[in-house]
Design a protein around this ligand. Structure first.
Ligand SMILES: [Zn+2]
Length: 422
């Protein structure tokens, strides 16, 4: 079967692609709290069963947020050729983030206007999910002698860490037999996303001693100690991080170095509740806490990343009388980057060249997505994110996906299937 037959088959399914994307947007799978997960899995299962797939529903019992009111449902659909060959797995998360303010379109209307379909989750990532389904169906319709198997999964909770979704499936061994993974996140149709930077979140607390605010010399201010920590971060750590650059092709370019964000700071009296108009009491703060979000590079080691912060705090302990602190780890993810010569990368690059007549761009995400679980828990390193949509529209009001972009990326995905399984 020639390329042109598959490409023509996808063009012929354009209306179906539009309708499928609209249907998916019209099921509000808001996370939190995790609404309608079963509804969207049922919808997809019905469609994929008609196309010859067998389906499996997996609830992530005991995952964060899982309850009888909001069960964490996942769907894996699979079709087997009956001939030996690789397994290609498309993974999309079916949850979407809150609507937020500023919309001029119905966020769950799936409105088609010109080339755009609007709605929450249009680009992140129901458009990508729809494109992968159309790609698989067009491939199957035009390639009767294909080998191996195809899986399409729709998974929960990516927007809140993926613990009720891909992490759960990976722990249960659902990726053990998979050879290639494509995650159709909205990185754009000519870009291959190889992976992401690493993450370390930690809480740092400085200690003091409470006293009357009119006689601060009788106490010891945890806030002043934290001020010294921030000063060290500002003047020593930030310049150090700026010098740590990477060979990872991270986009945007500002993220092509180590970064650190201070997510929050709290010290002394508690934040007043809404409506509480009482004046604060005069006290020296005995506790001050910050939460840091350190994003690190494939060239760095997590132990060294943590040591830099310990060094800052130990230097202060040596200099400041009564300085004491605690560090609490909150969350960590290792950086991951699939090699450019991995089979799924080479195949996708060749397909982008065929469909779009230009060379693929290789990128790495500044943040993380479900690749972390496939890589680390599933131990599968032949994984990329590839899908239609513009990343900067994700989580925004009036989120949209371009129909032509979906069609083009469905063509790329279908050619990847042809290359790996044809
Ligand atoms: Zn996403």
């Amino acid at each position: 079967m020639t390329h042109s037959a598959i490409l023509a088959e996808i063009s012929a399914r354009r209306q179906d692609l539009i309708g499928l994307t609209q249907d998916l947007i019209r099921i509000p799978t808001l996370n939190p709290p995790g609404q309608n997960y079963r509804v969207i899995c049922d919808y997809l299962a019905a469609r994929l069963e008609l196309a010859g797939f067998t389906t499996q529903f997996i609830r992530a019992h005991g995952a964060p947020g899982d309850s009888d009111a909001y069960p964490r449902w996942n769907l894996i659909a699979r079709i087997d050729s009956g001939r030996a060959g690789d397994c290609v797995h498309f993974n999309s998360h079916h949850d979407v983030v809150e609507v937020g303010n500023g919309w001029t379109r119905d966020p769950f209307g799936g409105e088609l206007d010109g080339d755009r379909i609007y709605g929450r989750g249009a680009c992140d990532m129901k458009g990508g999910l729809a494109a992968s389904i159309i790609a698989a169906q067009a491939f199957l319709a035009t390639t009767p002698d294909w080998r191996g198997s195809i899986e399409i999964s729709a998974t929960a909770d990516e927007e809140s860490g993926g613990y009720g979704g891909v992490a759960y499936l990976a722990k249960a061994g659902h990726y053990a037999h998979v050879d290639h993974v494509l995650i159709p996140e909205p990185l754009h149709k000519d870009r291959i996303c190889l992976g992401h930077r690493g993450v370390w979140w930690a809480e740092i607390e400085t200690h003091g001693r409470i006293a009357h605010g009119s006689m601060p010399f009788l106490g010891d201010s945890a806030i002043r100690h934290m001020g010294a920590v921030l000063e060290e971060i500002e003047h020593r750590l930030y310049p150090l991080l700026a010098r740590k650059t990477t060979a990872m092709p991270v986009v945007p370019e500002g993220a092509r170095q180590s970064t650190l964000n201070i997510n929050s700071i709290h010290g002394g009296a508690r934040e007043p509740e809404a409506g509480d108009t009482s004046l604060p009491a005069p006290c020296v703060a005995d506790r001050c806490r910050i939460v840091i979000d350190r994003r690190y590079l494939i060239e760095e080691d997590i132990a060294q990343v943590k040591q830099e912060i310990t060094d800052v705090l130990e230097r202060l302990r040596a200099q400041r009388p009564n300085f004491s602190y605690e560090i609490k780890d909150l969350f960590e993810v290792q950086p991951t980057m699939t090699a450019r010569d991995a089979p799924v990368v080479k195949s996708t690059a060749a397909a982008i060249q065929s469909v779009l007549h230009r060379a693929a761009d290789y990128v790495v995400s500044p943040g993380t997505y479900d690749q972390k679980h496939i890589d680390r828990i599933g131990r599968l390193h032949n994984c990329i994110a590839y899908g239609p949509g513009l990343l900067h529209l994700a989580h925004q009001p009036d989120e949209w996906i371009g129909v032509q972009d979906m069609e083009d990326s469905a063509k790329v995905m279908a050619l990847v299937l042809k290359d790996l399984l044809g």
